[in-house]
Design a protein around this ligand. Sequence first.
Ligand SMILES: Nc1nc2c(ncn2[C@@H]2O[C@H](COP(=O)(O)OP(=O)(O)OP(=O)(O)O)[C@@H](O)[C@H]2O)c(=O)[nH]1
Length: 372
Amino acid sequence: MVLDKRIPVTVITGFLGSGKTTLVNRILKEKHGLGKVAVIENEFGEVGVDDGLLMNAKEEILEMNNGCICCTVRGDLIKILRRLSKRADARGIDLVLIETTGLADPAPVAQTFFVDDEVQASYRLDAILTVADAAHLLQHLDDVKPEGVENEAVEQIAFADVVLLNKIDLVSSEQRDEVVRRIRAINATAALHSCVRSAAPLEALLGLGAFSLERVMAEEPGFLQSDGAEHVHDSSVTSVGLQLRGDLHMGRLNAWLSGLLRERGADLFRSKGLLSIAGSDDRYVFQGVHMLMGFASSADGVGRPWAPGEPRASRLVFIGRSLDRSELEAGLRACLVGEGEDVAEGEGEEEEVEVEVEAEAEAGAEREGQDK
Ligand SMILES: Nc1nc2c(ncn2[C@@H]2O[C@H](COP(=O)(O)OP(=O)(O)OP(=O)(O)O)[C@@H](O)[C@H]2O)c(=O)[nH]1
């Protein structure tokens, strides 16, 4: 038996907000006996937030935020992989995780491991792992795209070696069965694990040797020839990234974001932010997936607190349809604390709160009705 000494690579894909970063954090935290892990992160949009959401690991985290890994920055991925392999011996990297954007087609990312000689000599694609949000997958699979535009959610399921059906805490068992049925109609052979907070056993996710070029070639004979040009993103889905110096008023911010997601949650696929909140030295994290939202802070072990004297600013990203940058920016600016303003009302909100669960449940019930 010839031992394959190449570094295994797991590509983690899945629609916006499905639980990819949650999974990466779990792997970094739990990796028993996996050796040293390098993570390549690609975020959609010009303002990245995931750097603040990944746990403070001693691992190698490499950011790619100036384009989509499946098309515009595929060359950068090759450069990063080449650089990493040159250093791999010295640093002893044993595993590479690539977290794609939620809007990436995983096929061109997989192709990278077969078309570049240097990359192919150093790396072995272990598996494409797709995280699916049980509460929102169906609406993204059903999303009707303009002519010639791929449905990323379908591509991500179709190309998976392993599907992690996540967030099953948000659906009934009937809804879950329906989601499984739809996944199976697209991909009958992938291993499928249902879970909450991406908590499937690591041995079911890593070191599988599951990616098979022969299988992909049998289904897509042009796989190695394509140059990625056929992958067209849905241009109606855009991102607005905002960065603002100063402190935000928690009460006003909560009210603004709750209202925004309640009114626009259908079109607002994903929102997230790293926030400077008045009256607190903890850095806050905001997470939104459609109408569901929550806050956590470094007091809850998410990210790190502000250092003394560190310039304080907030970064937020909104991804969805029909986004109006100036309206979003005006909304956020209105949450800034004015000079001399009393912020007492903004304190004492340090618990993680899921404030829009009811609205989300209503949306789920509506969808369930449509599914029948
Ligand atoms: N209720 C519930 N929430 C979850 C679960 N898994 C993750 N979340 C939450 O879903 C939100 C998005 O999770 P992430 O891990 O950031 O998702 P992602 O796929 O990395 O998101 P993008 O990188 O923006 O595409 C966060 O608020 C998580 O805490 C789950 O199983 N149940």
